[in-house]
Ligand binder design. Structure first.
Ligand SMILES: [Zn+2]
Length: 96
């Protein structure tokens, strides 16, 4: 007995994106997509990462809060994204 599978089984491309939620408002903050080296990079429509005296941050496009980011210490060969959201957030800091 042989199992029959449909020939044109499509794979959803959206599954390759990683959505990162805002730690303050729980809405979409930015997304990661696979890059050519097998790692991850921020999608083009992600908010820009800026630096101030407290380090890198991103302005949440939904709630305009200052979301602290941490630069990844690992080498890109391991496939880690260049930045990730800091686990501690000051959700009372709003940006103009
Ligand atoms: Zn937010």
């Amino acid at each position: 007995m042989r199992a029959i599978f449909p020939k044109n089984k499509t794979v959803m491309t959206e599954a390759t994106l990683r959505a990162i939620l805002c730690p303050c408002c729980k809405q979409l903050l930015y997304a990661l997509e696979p890059d050519v080296r097998g790692g991850w990079r921020l999608t083009k429509d992600s908010p820009a990462i800026t630096n101030d005296q407290n380090g890198p941050f991103m302005k949440c496009p939904r709630c305009s809060r200052r979301i602290a980011m941490i630069k990844s210490q690992d080498s890109p060969e391991r496939g880690d994204p260049p930045y990730f959201v800091a686990s501690k957030q000051a959700c009372d800091k709003f940006l103009r």
